[in-house]
Design a protein around this ligand. Sequence first.
Ligand code: APR
Length: 240
Amino acid sequence: MADIDTVQGWLGESERVAVLTGAGISAESGIPVFRGPGGLWQQHRPEDLATPEAFAKDPRLVWEWYDWRRARVAQASPNTGHHALARLERRLPVLTLITQNVDGLHERAGSRRILRLHGDLWTLRCTGCGRQNRNTEVPLPELPPRCRCGALLRPAVVWFGETLPADILQQASVAAASAQLFFVVGTSALVQPAASLPLMAREHGARVVEINPERTALSSHCDISFLARAGELLPQLVGD
Ligand code: APR
């Protein structure tokens, strides 16, 4: 396919590559996406589960949902798309993986240089003393979990209405602005500021390549938009 050869050529001549991933790269691992048919936001209202107000109102309900998501992810494995990106990182001088996903599947596939824009399902943060700890217990022994200090623990994820970690966002912006080649994989590109990163890359002269079975708001701004699944196309682009 001409486009695959073209992108492989761009990969061969690029020193600095960045990738933005969304829930779609984990879809082939059996993790539901948020929007579109079967998406999590089709069954639940985000404002009931993924906002500070929801947590304040009913921390147990919010934790039941996150405990369920942790269990789903714990049973899942990284797919060929995650593994292709981990291989690409080992091959390129600089590959910055910017993810909106909190599932930890990129780490389990072996990616190392990861910017987690929306946090991590496997880290709990105390709402009282601020202590953060990695916790992979599935299921959690008590809901909602509490810190040694007695205060409620929350998932260390970014909820709607909350700001992204400034240092992570800054690093992601630098990576986007300096990338020669920017991949957008498995995101509906509807949530800011993540969705602006590919446009920032383009404004700074990067070529932008999208991988998504559906067209998105970004598709018309991409040099090449593959209407394909990440698990199928990334291995073709990256090779073994
Ligand atoms: N390969 C690639 N893309 C896929 C695949 C696949 N196998 N399956 C689905 N997709 C695409 C869908 O077409 C859709 O465009 O993945 C995208 C998933 O979009 P969303 O469900 O909106 O997920 P995402 O873009 O990551 O959402 C961004 O919104 O709910 C918040 O914080 C949450 O990080 C999330 C943010």
